[in-house]
Design a protein around this ligand. Structure first.
Ligand SMILES: NC(=O)c1ccc[n+]([C@@H]2O[C@H](COP(=O)([O-])OP(=O)(O)OC[C@H]3O[C@@H](n4cnc5c(N)ncnc54)[C@H](O)[C@@H]3O)[C@@H](O)[C@H]2O)c1
Length: 356
């Protein structure tokens, strides 16, 4: 199968493409705009494969996207390209709305035009797989977990824009018959994640001896999914999932943010014994909360287990150890992506956000 992956130079997209090239026989076309979050270094290990092609394009550019469909004639789309950072979406919601909603609209329309012209068998086999987040469901209390039936109650511009995209994808199936599928997953972590996100941010800041900001009292709970488990899940969904269905993926690893920070610091104390900044936990600082900060996310992934045969393999302990080790061994990657992506300072208070 030839798969058009959008956002394949980002964190999850690059893990997906490495998995597709190394572990499956599928061909891959990677469509990516290379925003601050995209980096070709993330896929350099597979970029020479004859089964891989790269197209530098914007998902909001209808002509460019149509040209990629015409040139490569994919059998499926896996749509990951997005503005993915909640804090950035608070400071500048327009980019999140344009990329995540309008970009998904452009992808759907290009896919629909291409799909309409396919022969019957190819038309029946085609899939548009939209990759989304558990954040569309809003916040949980102390009990329960999100299922595929949970209500959509997004809190941030990011999660609202992803929710909007999910609704468009479903509507393109109901209205036009486009064979779509959706997956919603919890917070990912692992190698090649841009250092503005919680876990790589903690690692890179701690190694630099910088304060480790934890919002409020660090009591917010996330369910952590190792990125390679997610990449495997996405491929299983594409290969075995049913049209118009959605599947939730989680890591079975609920942790408060403060416990995540302490676990990262303990691993750094152990794995970087020569660091000048031990004990790294002394760098933890509590800071003003993010506005609209959801208290708890937890995922019920029993449908994925039942229908796709998927379950997460990495525990939080093994996944975090692999992640911290990778960041310690890849400081030049961190320097390279940090240079393209801004200051590393506090984002997401919304204080300087100008409406519009
Ligand atoms: N990271 C997580 O924990 C998580 C959890 C659940 C769902 N998701 C979803 O998974 C997907 C991938 O997330 P990620 O963490 O890898 O994101 P990321 O920010 O690391 O990567 C996003 C990629 O999309 C590309 N991109 C952005 N705007 C584009 C545009 N207009 N045209 C083409 N390419 C564009 C960027 O260059 C980058 O390569 C997103 O849709 C996100 O909503 C992420």
């Amino acid at each position: 199968m030839k798969i058009l992956v959008t956002g394949g130079a980002g964190f999850i997209g690059s893990a997906l493409i490495r998995y597709l090239i190394n572990e499956t026989g599928h061909d891959v076309v990677n469509l990516d705009k290379l925003t601050y979050a995209g980096c070709l270094l993330n896929i350099s290990s597979v970029a020479d494969s004859p089964r891989y092609a790269f197209e530098n394009a914007d998902i909001c550019d209808a002509n460019a996207v149509a040209a990629v469909f015409d040139k490569h004639r994919p059998d499926a789309v896996m749509h990951l390209a997005a503005e993915s950072h909640v804090d950035r979406s608070i400071d500048g919601p327009r980019t999140a709305v344009e990329t995540n909603i309008m970009g998904t609209f452009v992808m759907l329309e290009a896919a629909r035009e291409y799909w309409n012209a396919l022969a019957m068998a190819a038309k029946a086999a085609f899939r548009f797989h939209h990759v989304s987040t558990d954040e569309v469901f809003g916040s949980l209390g102390t009990e329960g977990a999100f299922t595929e039936q949970s209500l959509y109650q997004p809190s941030s511009p990011y999660s609202a824009s992803k929710a909007g995209a999910d609704h468009l994808v479903r509507a393109w199936h109901e209205t036009y018959g486009l064979p779509v599928m959706l997956t919603n997953c919890s917070n990912n972590y692992g190698p090649f994640q841009f250092p503005e996100k919680l876990i790589p941010g903690l690692i890179t800041k701690a190694l630099a001896g910088e304060p480790l900001p934890i919002y409020s009292k660090g009591e917010n709970i996330r369910d952590w999914l190792y990125v390679d488990d997610h990449a495997r899940a996405l491929v299983m969904a594409l290969e075995k999932g049913q049209v118009s269905e959605s599947y939730n993926f989680g890591g079975a690893a609920e942790m408060t943010n403060i416990d995540v920070a302490r676990a990262v610091c303990a691993l750094l104390d152990e794995l970087a014994p020569a660091s000048d900044h031990r004990s790294h936990a002394d760098l933890i600082e509590f800071v003003e909360d993010r506005p609209g900060h959801d208290l708890r996310y937890a995922i019920d992934w029993s449908k994925a287990e039942r229908e796709l045969g998927w379950r997460p393999e990495a525990s939080f302990e093994t996944g975090l150890r692999k992640t911290v080790t990778w960041y310690l061994e890849n400081k030049s990657w961190c320097d390279a992506v940090r240079e393209q992506g801004g200051s590393g300072g506090r984002l997401g208070l919304g204080a300087d956000s100008k409406p519009g």
